[in-house]
Ligand binder design. Structure first.
Ligand code: B12
Length: 294
């Protein structure tokens, strides 16, 4: 045992009755253990790690798979922390977590980032996680990139990790009986995170989603509307240049069915000219309004 009460893996193993090999696997696969490093570069484990291993064992004894048990343990861990510090206002708790998430992403710590996201998702509503965690994190990282405080590597790492998480949450959003939205970003537009967030918020309101994502020519969107017969087509772009071409096709599309343009690159004038609607809010408010309008 190290002087300050921290444990090496062997001692941790004896205390919890799990082999060091298995503990290392849980650390690697699920970020269940969150060791600090000694000066000699040994991993050192804390009481919190002991508690997590015990909770993991208990969940597995109840019949959960290792992956499920880890998810459960990590999620309830954050939830418990939030409950224990119950006096702290929700907003403060979230703000603190968002800063932690940004730090994890900027230091390429995917294990920690996933643990934090698990905790948010277990504790707060999806809307709140999207609005109060994901959107501000993306914005902050983008602003810091523009000020050259974070590198392209850090920005790419962060947006890819978040995109992966959002699409994992989206699993199955194409099934179900609700009205269908076809979502795409026009040719040349690579930003599609706003669309994904919008799709998740709509799915939460009973909609079904067909997602084409970034860089989709209007002709492809038109072909797909024939295949899936959506109740609305939503096209989003952050850059107004993306609307320079294919305007005739867009006008035809809006004649054939409900079309909405969104994102910072769309304007009311453009929408009016193409006979389309304009969703000028953020993705969550827009989803709320669209869902209410049916
Ligand atoms: C992640 C990211 C990328 C990723 C995108 C990955 C992906 N799959 O989406 C990659 C690395 C590909 C990328 C590339 C580029 N990016 Co970029 N990127 C970002 C970042 C960090 C987050 C974008 C995001 O998804 N935000 C979440 C959305 C929801 O928020 P938002 O962008 O503020 O959008 C608002 C509205 O437009 C609206 N909205 C957006 N989408 C939708 C969709 C719907 C349906 C609705 C209703 C509303 C809506 O909601 C928001 C308001 O709350 C932003 C930083 C930032 N401040 O946002 C920069 C940012 C958007 N990028 C920027 C730039 C400059 C670029 C590049 C040109 C960089 C380069 N030199 O290559 C390229 C362009 C690529 C292209 N051809 O499209 C600038 C845009 C500046 C401008 N005003 O034009 C930003 C703002 C960074 C900055 N501060 O300078 N980027």
């Amino acid at each position: 045992v190290a002087d300050d009460g921290y444990l090496r893996i062997g001692e941790l193993s004896r205390r919890v009755g799990v082999s060091p090999e298995l503990l290392r696997a849980w650390e690697r696969r699920y970020a269940l253990l969150q060791p600090s490093r000694s000066a000699g570069r040994f991993r050192l484990y804390s009481d919190a790690d002991i508690a997590r291993v015990r909770a993991m064992k208990a969940s597995m004894e109840q019949g959960l798979s290792a992956a499920e048990a880890a998810r459960h343990t990590l999620a309830s861990n954050v939830a418990t922390a939030v409950a224990e510090r119950g006096a702290a206002p929700l907003a403060g708790e979230l703000a603190e977590g968002v800063a932690e998430l940004r730090e994890a992403l900027e230091s390429f710590d995917d294990g920690r980032a996933h643990v934090l996201l698990d905790g948010f998702l277990a504790t707060f509503s999806l809307d709140s996680v999207l609005r109060d965690v994901i959107l501000p994190t993306l914005r902050e990282i983008g602003d810091r990139w523009a000020r050259q405080e974070v590198s392209v590597a850090q920005e790419h790492f962060a947006s890819n990790l978040l995109r992966g998480r959002l699409l994992a949450l989206a699993r199955g959003w194409g099934r179900g009986g609700g009205p269908r939205a076809l979502l795409a970003a026009p040719a040349g537009e690579l930003h599609d995170l706003g669309l994904i967030i919008f799709g998740l918020a709509l799915r939460d309101r009973g909609w079904t989603i067909t997602f084409l994502g970034a860089d989709t020519p209007v002709s492809t969107i038109v072909d797909t509307t024939r295949r899936v017969a959506p109740d609305v087509v939503v096209i989003a772009a952050l850059d107004s240049d993306r609307w320079r071409s294919e305007n005739d096709e867009l006008a035809a599309l809006s004649k054939a069915g409900r079309l909405a343009l969104a994102g910072a690159g769309a304007s009311p004038a453009l929408a009016a000219r193409l006979g389309a609607e304009h969703l000028d809010e953020d993705p969550l408010d827009a989803a709320e309004r669209l869902a209410a309008s049916r």
